[in-house]
Design a binder for this molecule. Structure first.
Ligand code: ADP
Ligand code: MG
Length: 352
């Protein structure tokens, strides 16, 4: 049905229009220093157009964030929500060993939220992260929902033909590594659910800084884009997955896909220092959080023994840690703690 602006009630005419919002987005994106030569048409037409490079393959992923399933409006500032919506997709591209290039973001928001600056703040967080990694926003969609906020994030990237790193290609003898540290995102979620929130900037005492560190792992995950590109381009990873559901679940997925087993050593796990320090006092078990807690968005990858010495020590300041080894599938997925060895079952991460 055609809508005639002159027949709309004054309140609607005065309210923020989708057209103005999209136009301001288009202008913001056009004003950033990112100017990709391969982009032919971005925001503003019916669809985006980009040139694919010879010898490259396109890698593409989608993630849906639903209010009260994946985040809570009351505890997630819009800026950080925008960051996270893009971060989870960048993490998937990194886990393929590819370089992220393009972002499409679709948002559904209830009318009352639409009339606030929520969407602008969301894109502040999203575009700051996008600019940091040279990713360009090239489109999306904007609509209304009855109650809950919904954000769909699509990211496309590329890798050299034949170099995408699958989950399924690990072999017995490969060494297992993870980037960064484990457990803080899940600890952050538990603490947020118990009422913890980010400190005001003016508070700077040591304990609230440590608490913020943990909460920000949940609210502002850092995708391992640099590591993904290095591991893919240098063909160092034989298999890779990002840790969205927890080490136990994602390692089991990688092993099932590759029809292999794994033996990891709990003493080698890079449990986040602040989780060890703060969570013991709060009756949260750091090892359980590191093993079964979700949303760390670190990369879990395998490397042939002869390639281990070629791994860089750190990328973008982020270190890696060897945590175990791929074994035959008949031996299962196991973890040692001291002299004991257990089967490591998927932890079954549920957000809320
Ligand atoms: P259409 O009706 O053809 O889908 P829209 O008005 O929805 O047109 O979109 C116009 C342009 O704005 C398109 O290039 C689209 O990709 C872009 N766009 C719309 N909403 C968003 C959004 N939330 N984020 C980024 N780009 C958007
Ligand atoms: Mg549209």
């Amino acid at each position: 049905m055609m809508t005639d602006e002159h027949e709309q009630p004054a309140a609607l005419r005065l309210s923020k229009t989708e057209f103005d919002f999209i136009d301001s987005l288009r202008q913001r994106v056009a004003s950033t220093s990112l100017k990709s030569e391969s982009l032919i048409a971005g925001i503003g037409d019916d669809a985006a157009v980009f040139r694919s490079s010879a010898g490259k393959e396109t890698v593409i992923t989608a993630d849906l964030l639903v209010e009260d399933v994946d985040f809570r409006r009351t505890t997630t500032p819009p800026y950080l929500l925008g960051h996270k919506a893009l971060a989870v997709s960048l993490s998937d591209i990194a886990a393929m060993g590819a370089r992220p290039l393009w972002s499409l973001i679709s948002i559904g928001v209830p009318e009352d939220i639409w009339q606030t600056d929520f969407a602008e703040r969301l894109y502040d967080g999203l575009l700051d992260l996008a600019n940091r990694y040279g990713v360009q926003l090239i489109g999306g969609d904007t609509s209304r929902t009855n109650e809950n906020i919904v954000i769909d994030s699509v990211v496309a990237g590329e890798c050299s033909a034949g170099t995408a790193v699958m989950r399924s290609s690990a072999s017995a003898g490969d060494q297992i590594f993870v980037t960064g540290s484990l457990g803080a995102a899940a600890a952050g979620l538990r603490l947020i659910e118990r009422g913890a929130h980010l400190a005001e900037k003016t508070l700077g005492d040591e304990d609230s800084q440590k608490l913020d560190h943990i909460l920000l792992h949940q609210l502002r995950p850092e995708p391992r884009v640099g590591w993904g590109i290095v591991l893919g381009e240098e063909r160092l990873a034989t298999a890779m997955i990002d840790l969205s559901d927890g080490l136990s679940s994602d390692l089991n997925r990688l092993c099932a896909a590759g029809r292999v087993g794994a033996l990891i050593d709990s003493a080698l796990l890079p449990v986040d220092n602040y989780v060890t320090e703060l969570c013991g006092r709060r009756a949260l078990d750091p090892l359980q959080l590191a093993l079964h807690g979700g949303e760390d968005f670190e990369l879990l990858f395998t490397v042939k023994p002869e390639d281990v010495s070629c791994l860089p020590r750190r990328v973008d300041g982020v270190e890696i840690k060897r945590i175990g080894e791929i074994i035959n599938s008949s031996e299962g997925v196991k973890i040692t703690e001291g002299s004991r060895t257990w089967e490591l079952k998927p932890g079954g991460w549920k957000h809320f």
